[in-house]
Design a protein around this ligand. Structure first.
Ligand SMILES: [Zn+2]
Length: 358
């Protein structure tokens, strides 16, 4: 799509969402659009971004979370878990319009901060666990990278990576080129590390540079992630726990056997620790190119009935069970955008042949 068309579409979507939110029009779309569940999606509720250990787009403040929850409760939406909500839609008995709050990876605040807020308001949610860190207190490469950029600076991290990888390697050339773009170096280097380099060597190099620079795996894991005891406390409190792989790997980059090991491994770890198998799964990173047919087969083989990506939209009884959509919440996401999706405003336009949402 050309740029001006993309911009125009964005402006129209924004205006439509504001109109829906600020007038009673939302009641009309809510009544006319097919029954649906909107799944909101974030990572953390923490006012300090874990003292800068996480990228700002991964966290929302407590005030932001409360305003989101209250706005949906006030308008009569029912909070539910993903499996219960989808089952109700499929049976044709959803009652009210449904909303779910989902949080990915399994960060510590999900127990320490989010849970008390949910309990206070009598609401449930879904939390997706990356399980290796719970078992071994070892974090995935993205945390090593963020920590290293912060401590050593981008140029030094790139230099040390290339020293380990070898200057002649195609991976090194790709990383150097991404760094040389200059602006947004963090974004470009991270994208190359995510998609273009050998993932096994990347994990090894970044892990080694992290240790060499004085990083402590256990300290970082304890600061960021839940323990199994805290995950079990979420489970007992009625929070739906879903699987999210062992190491947050991009499944489409793996062989079918490796993908199965990541998906099934996380489901089995949860079964062993919690006493029951997860029914839901979230694809790491969650874009369509981050998973494929083999990943979906792995999800089914692991016993999960529903899986979620990170493409915007809401879900109906006709949604593909292994490709459910979610609407991201960040600190800066306006409430009207979340509500426009939830009230079926974009879904209804789509039925009329007008596609303004993703
Ligand atoms: Zn994740």
């Amino acid at each position: 799509m050309s740029n001006w068309k993309h911009n125009l579409k964005g402006k129209l979507a924004d205006s439509w969402a504001r109109l829906l939110y600020s007038t009673p029009l939302w009641r009309l779309t809510n009544a006319l659009a097919p029954r649906r569940m909107v799944v909101l999606f974030g990572h953390c509720v923490d006012d300090t971004n874990y003292d800068g250990l996480l990228a700002p787009d991964m966290c929302m403040s407590q005030a932001k979370l409360k305003s989101v929850l209250e706005s949906f409760s006030k308008r009569g939406y029912q909070f539910t878990t993903i499996s219960k909500g989808m089952d109700a839609l499929k049976r044709g008995t959803p009652g009210k319009s449904l909303v779910n709050l989902s949080m990915d990876d399994g960060y510590l605040d999900n127990h320490d901060t989010l849970l008390p807020i949910l309990m206070d308001q009598g609401l449930t949610a879904s939390v997706f666990l990356e399980t290796r860190v719970l078992d071994e207190r070892r974090v995935n490469w993205t945390h090593h990278l963020h920590w290293l950029f912060d401590r050593l600076g981008k140029a030094e991290v790139v230099k040390r990576y290339i020293e380990r990888e070898g200057a002649q390697s195609a991976d090194s050339t790709a990383i150097q080129q991404a760094f040389d773009i200059g602006t947004k170096a963090y974004y470009h280097v991270k994208r190359v590390l995510k998609y273009d380099v050998n993932p096994h060597r990347r994990n090894e190099h970044l892990g080694a540079i992290f240790l060499e620079a004085g990083g402590d795996e256990e300290v970082l894991a304890d600061r960021l992630y839940l323990t199994w005891d805290k995950a079990a406390a979420l489970d007992e409190a009625g929070i739906e726990l879903g699987a999210h792989t062992l190491t947050h790997a991009i499944l489409s980059k793996l062989t079918p056997a490796e993908a199965l090991a990541e998906v099934d491994g996380s489901a089995r770890a949860m079964e062993a620790r919690l006493g029951h198998s997860p029914e839901v799964f979230a694809y790491p990173f969650g874009r369509r190119w981050d998973y494929n047919e083999d990943s979906m087969n792995a999800v089914s083989a692991a016993g999960c009935r529903y899986a979620l990506n990170t493409h915007k939209g809401c879900n109906t009884k006709d949604s593909l069970p292994l490709e459910l959509r979610r609407v991201p919440i960040e600190q800066s996401t306006p409430l009207y955008m979340l509500h426009a999706e939830a009230c079926g405003g974009f879904l209804l336009l789509e039925k009329l042949g007008i596609k303004l949402s993703e």
